[in-house]
Design a protein around this ligand. Structure first.
Ligand SMILES: [Zn+2]
Length: 222
């Protein structure tokens, strides 16, 4: 499996990883297997990297995600108290493109199904190519896997081969997708929490958000 993934790795994917190291989105790469550039043309104030393990955490996106979730919870509580809450007419659809992460394709689709089964206000739908707002990439990066974006169904998820050989890859995919849905890292929480990520160690394989995490996503997308 590991060997297969490495042979699938392309120069373009490695380039994407190298560029990600510098913290900047990569420019389009020429070549037969070149992926398109990550979705965000330029970092915004809120965008940043949220990683699977604590050593790679970017405190800025962590703070932005924590703040946005806290605000959403306060607003939901206010709506509940005043009866001002309007029903959610339909789930917000996030189109995702996993065409640049071929060795994780089925895991990415499983992760989407896991989230879709547990949240009501947002739905992940595969749409490879130009229509995909959330992109998945694969390659090698010393920081491991991460999400880059604002946590609003935007940006991209990078899957690192070496980390996916040590930690459960489906849990990594679902965790990073949790960031794309707006959840921050909580590395000190137990394995039963998806957003504890690599905190509980490689033996933790749970790919499911718990009911609190799912409820937080619904609060963010209500
Ligand atoms: Zn994380």
């Amino acid at each position: 499996m590991a060997t297969l993934r490495r042979t699938i790795a392309t120069g373009a994917a490695a380039l994407a990883g190298a560029a990600a190291l510098s913290g900047a989105p990569v420019a389009p790469v020429a070549g037969p297997v070149a992926p398109s550039a990550p979705a965000l043309a330029a970092p915004t104030a809120q965008a940043g990297h949220a990683a699977y393990t604590e050593g790679s955490l970017d405190p800025r996106i962590q703070a932005a995600l924590e703040q946005r979730l806290a605000e959403a919870k306060r607003e939901a509580a206010r709506e509940a108290a005043t009866g001002a809450k309007k029903p959610v007419a339909a789930a917000t659809v996030i189109y995702y493109d996993d065409s640049q992460a071929p060795s994780f394709d089925s895991l990415i689709d499983q992760s989407a199904a896991i989230w879709n089964a547990r949240v009501a206000n947002v739905k992940l739908v595969e749409k490879d190519g130009a229509g995909g707002a959330l992109k998945y990439y694969e390659g090698n990066d010393t920081r491991g896997s991460y999400y880059y974006g604002r946590g609003q169904g935007d940006g991209y998820i990078f899957m690192d081969y070496a980390q996916a050989d040590v930690y459960a890859p489906l849990r990594i995919v679902a965790h990073e997708t949790g960031h794309a849905l707006g959840l921050p890292d909580r590395y000190t929480q137990p394995c039963s929490k998806l957003m504890s990520g690599g905190g509980p160690g490689p033996s933790c394989t749970n790919p499911y958000p718990d009911s609190v995490e799912a409820s937080e996503v619904d609060t963010l997308w209500r």
